[in-house]
Design a binder for this molecule. Structure first.
Ligand code: 5GP
Ligand code: MG
Length: 179
């Protein structure tokens, strides 16, 4: 285990098993359709790759980078698009792949923005959800794991751009971010 890690929350094996289950559910949902699967950079990249590798359904891949401001202080946090989709999603089925939902601010605004482009559908699949932290009315259609209010790292998730390549999800030691 990484020395900055308090404990492992989800092992590689647990994640692999759950990602396969969720991929199978998504295959059913998108049977005979061809969704645009959207990776929200950078935190979702590891989950995204494992998820699509386990999906049989034909799909297109796209990438988006966003950041939200105002979370924690207001319920009207704005969304900054740092990188937009390459695909025209009008009339398409869109599957947003997210690493973790916290206040719900990011995805609430992103979903609203994408809906203006008149897609056929927008669904959200998230690796992790912290429902206790929610400030905006946002429910993902698919959640791999609900977790307590702890700061987690690994499997794509970072603290100051570190730890993204850890193969598990761990709780970061408080001493790392409180020093
Ligand atoms: P929201 O808009 O839902 O509050 O924010 C979600 C974003 O906050 C995530 O995409 C992620 O970047 C960040 N975040 C929230 N909780 C955690 C956490 O426990 N660990 C890490 N690494 N990022 C988190
Ligand atoms: Mg993120």
């Amino acid at each position: 285990m990484h020395p900055d890690c308090e404990r492992i929350l989800l092992t590689e094996e647990q994640i692999t098993r759950r990602v396969k289950e969720v991929a199978a559910q998504l295959d059913k949902l998108y049977e005979n359709r061809k969704p645009v699967v959207v990776c929200i950079l950078k935190g979702s990249v590891v989950f995204f790759v494992d998820l699509i590798r386990n999906m049989q359904t034909p799909c297109e891949l796209d990438f988006m980078a966003v950041s939200s401001y105002g979370a924690g202080t207001t319920s009207t946090g704005e969304l900054i698009i740092k990188k937009d989709l390459a695909a025209d999603i009008r009339g398409r089925d869109v599957l947003i792949v997210e690493d973790i939902i916290d206040s719900g601010n990011t995805l609430y605004h992103l979903k609203k923005m994408l809906n203006k482009r008149e897609p056929a559908s927008v669904n959200i699949v998230t690796l992790l959800d912290k429902p206790a932290r929610r400030q905006m009315p946002l429910e993902p259609e698919y959640t791999c794991f609900e977790i307590e209010d702890e700061f987690v790292i690994g499997y794509g998730l970072d603290y100051a751009e570190n730890y993204r390549n850890l193969p598990y999800v761990g709780i970061l030691k408080r001493s790392v971010y409180e020093k």
